[in-house]
Write a protein that binds this ligand. Structure first.
Ligand SMILES: Nc1ncnc2c1ncn2[C@@H]1O[C@H](COP(=O)(O)OP(=O)(O)OP(=O)(O)O)[C@@H](O)[C@H]1O
Ligand SMILES: C[C@@](O)(CCOP(=O)(O)OP(=O)(O)O)CC(=O)O
Length: 421
């Protein structure tokens, strides 16, 4: 290794997307290694709208491993962080930086500490899978810094040990997490089914539903389901294996009706498993249920599915529209039912790809107020509005996998000190 009295810091910055499962992971067969009871399939979301940026650094002056999340120092003592760090360190390779005169041998990594700074461009722990993007980014960035020779699949097996769903964020587009059979977990990895260009008609609208922080984390919720739900056993053994094959086929053929039918059914079954858990777990709320009814009614009135919905362990709705025209119509309907609270401006109510607003013909709040009631419900139920029940919407699309950011200005750590900027 280079002269330790010399001050040097080597850094890598990466950006990693989050993902939403369309066939859900719910239940572990091994809690420590995070091995699931069934395969799952997800769509990676566009990192322009939802992503984690992480800078990792190494330097001889660092006294211990440290991490800052969204500007605040957090502890790395938890077993999930420790497992990821251990798995990466033991695979670290040689690194040479001629410019800085630094040479790090394989063995040197055991005596070097890392600094990690990470930033989520969306709310952390709000049910938007920050842990998925976060752990995937941590593993991806450290693997680059430490020159791991492992391929993306092997990296996904390390990210999996931070948070199960994180393994799917190592790729863009459509991703399958293969549950694997091996007790070591070596075959429980993510693979890409299709890249983000494959089905580029799809548009995704997320309704972030107002709620208190969730009472049951995914980790403890799925543990309770494994212990008490018979439906979970049936789902993992009989239902998901068939659905996985059908979903793969639907994605391959760009078959939206099948895709939507499978995604909605799987989300509903996952929430049924939560209800079948003792004591029952309620992740969705009245707003979530309303959104399901609106989408179901609209799909039925059109004769073929226009929009798929899916809900993770929380009340937020993720809606996947078959194309941009449908997404614009969907956003119009959603804004009709869930207008913003007084004092909220449109700019902070619709986030992400705001250009869809123009397609709906909405330029300001006045236009939202004058939206016509969706025709499919006019005669059936009074079209009541639920002002303030949605915190905000995010318009996005399927996106790419992790990338390295070479622009030094995007680094979150100071290149001289290795401390947050
Ligand atoms: N950028 C990040 N880097 C590393 N770890 C992160 C990052 N962001 C979040 N995490 C980890 O994930 C935890 C939050 O996970 P949690 O499952 O509670 O919320 P979520 O992933 O946002 O929501 P959900 O799992 O319901 O979709 C944080 O406490 C932290 O440990
Ligand atoms: C409902 C889900 O979002 C559950 C995600 O669970 P996590 O990956 O957050 O759980 P841990 O592995 O315990 O960290 C479905 C999914 O993403 O497949």
């Amino acid at each position: 290794m280079a002269d330790e009295s010399k001050k040097w810091v080597l850094m890598v910055t990466a950006q990693t997307p989050t993902n939403i499962a369309v066939i859900k992971y719910w239940g572990k067969r091994d809690e420590t290694l995070i091995l699931p009871v069934n395969d799952s399939i997800s769509v990676t979301l566009d990192p322009d709208h939802l992503c984690t940026t992480t800078t990792v650094a190494v330097g001889p002056s660092f006294q211990k491993d440290r991490m800052w999340l969204n500007g605040k120092e957090i502890s790395l003592s938890g077993s999930r962080f420790q497992n990821c760090l251990r798995e990466i360190r033991c695979r670290a390779g040689e690194v040479e930086d001629e410019e800085k005169g630094v040479k790090i041998g394989k063995k040197d990594w055991e005596n070097l500490y890392v600094h990690i700074a990470s930033y989520n461009n969306f709310p952390t722990a709000a049910g938007l899978a920050s842990s998925a993007a976060g752990f995937a980014c941590l593993v991806f960035a450290l693997a680059k810094l430490m020159n791991l020779k492992e391929d993306q699949g092997q990296l996904s097996a390390i990210a999996r040990q931070g948070s199960g769903s994180a393994c799917r964020s190592l790729y863009g587009g459509f991703v399958k997490w293969i549950m694997g059979k091996d007790e070591s977990g070596s075959d429980s990895i993510a693979v890409q089914l299709a890249d983000e260009e494959h089905w580029n008609d799809l548009v995704i609208i997320i309704a972030v539903v107002s709620s208190r922080q969730k009472e049951t984390s995914s980790t403890s919720g799925m543990r309770e389901s494994v212990e008490t739900s018979l439906l979970l056993q049936h789902r993992a053994k009989e239902v998901v294996p068939k659905r996985i094959l059908q979903m793969e086929e639907a994605i391959k053929k760009l078959d939206f009706p099948s895709f939507a039918q499978l995604a909605c059914a799987d989300s509903n079954q996952f929430h049924a498993v939560c209800l079948d858990t003792s004591p029952p777990i309620f992740y969705m709320n009245d707003t979530s249920h309303r959104i399901i009814s609106y989408v179901e009614k609209w799909n039925r009135s059109e004769g073929t599915p226009q929009v798929a919905y899916t809900f993770d362990a929380g009340p937020n709705a993720v809606m996947i529209a078959r194309n941009r025209n449908v997404a614009a119509a969907l956003l119009g309907k959603l804004l009709y039912y869930f207008p913003p609270q007084e004092g909220t401006d449109l700019n902070s109510y619709v986030l992400g790809d705001k250009s869809i607003l123009k397609d709906v013909g909405i330029e300001g709040l006045n236009d939202v107020e004058s939206l016509a009631p969706p025709p499919e419900v006019k005669d059936n139920i009074p079209s009541q509005k639920y002002k303030g029940d949605v915190s905000y919407f995010i318009c996005t699309k399927p996106g790419k996998g992790p990338v390295l950011l070479s622009d030094k200005n995007q680094a979150l750590l100071d290149p001289e000190t290795g401390l947050p900027k």
